[in-house]
Design a protein around this ligand. Structure first.
Ligand code: ATP
Length: 199
C-alpha cells in the first residue's frame, strides 16, 4: 500500500492543505493520506495555538465523506514536542510493508534542514514537495539551494493548482469579521463560527 502522511498545524485546515493532499493522492496513486495534526509543533513554540483536538475536529469535518483521508491523532496523544522523525518511525513500525510518502508545501521543504534528523526523515519516507504561492518554483537548482544536493536528490516534486491561502491570514480574517467563506469547507466555516474559535 502507498501511504501519504501529511503533517501540519492545521489552525485551521484550509483549501491549500486539501488541494495539496488530493493532488498528491492522485499523482502518486496513494491509497490513503493520513492527516496528522501536530500536538506541540517544535517550530511554533512562540505562538498561541488552538487546542489540538479542536484543530483535529476541524480536519475531520473537512475530510468527512472522503474515505481516502484519515485524521490521525498520534502526535496529539504523544506528550511533548512532535518531531517528524519520531512520527515517521511510528508509521514505519505500524505499517512495515507500506511505501511511505511525506507530503509538504514549499515553505516546509525550505525549513527541513532545521528539523531534527532530516537525513533519517528522507530514509523513512519519500519526501514530496509541492508548490506554494509566494515561494520560488520548485526547480532542481532551487531545491538544492535550500536543502543541499544529497537530500534534493531524493525529493519528489508535485505541482498543484496554486492556492494562495494561509492559516495565518484566515485567523486574522475571522478576527476582522471578514469570515472564511469559500476558503475552507462549509462545515469548517460553520464550526469556527459556532465555537468562536478565532473570535
Ligand atoms: P500558518 O499560516 O499558521 O503558518 P499554514 O497555512 O502554513 O499555517 P500549516 O498547517 O502550517 O499551514 O501547513 C501544513 C503544511 O501545508 C505545510 O507543509 C505547508 O507548507 C503546507 N501548506 C499550507 N498552506 C499551503 C498552500 N496554500 N499551498 C501549498 N502548501 C500549503
Amino acid at each position: 500500500m502507498k501511504l501519504g502522511i501529511f503533517g501540519g498545524t492545521f489552525d485551521p485546515v484550509h483549501y491549500g492543505h486539501l488541494v495539496l493532499a488530493d493532488t498528491c493522492r492522485l499523482q502518486l496513486s496513494l491509497d490513503q493520506v493520513r492527516l496528522v495534526p501536530a500536538g506541540a509543533p517544535p517550530h511554533k513554540t512562540d505562538m498561541a495555538i488552538t487546542d489540538a483536538h479542536t484543530r483535529a475536529d476541524m480536519l475531520k469535518l473537512a475530510v468527512s465523506g472522503y474515505p481516502e483521508f484519515v485524521v490521525d491523532r498520534r502526535e496529539i496523544r504523544r506528550t511533548g514536542k512532535s518531531f517528524t522523525v519520531s512520527t515517521l518511525t511510528d508509521f514505519r513500525n505500524e505499517f512495515p510493508d507500506a511505501e511511505l510518502f511525506f507530503l509538504m508545501g514549499a515553505d516546509s521543504l525550505r525549513d527541513i534542514p532545521t528539523w531534527k534528523e532530516p537525513e533519517r526523515i528522507a530514509q523513512l519516507a519519500t519526501i514530496v514537495a509541492v508548490n506554494r504561492p509566494g515561494l520560488p518554483e520548485l526547480t532542481q537548482p532551487q531545491v538544492v539551494k535550500w536543502i543541499g544536493e544529497d537530500l534534493a536528490n531524493v525529493v519528489e516534486t508535485v505541482t498543484m493548482p496554486g492556492t494562495d491561502v494561509s492559516a495565518t491570514d484566515l485567523r486574522s480574517r475571522v478576527r476582522n469579521g471578514a469570515g472564511l467563506r469559500f476558503l475552507v469547507p462549509r462545515a469548517v466555516e460553520a464550526y469556527i463560527d459556532q465555537h468562536r474559535v478565532y473570535s
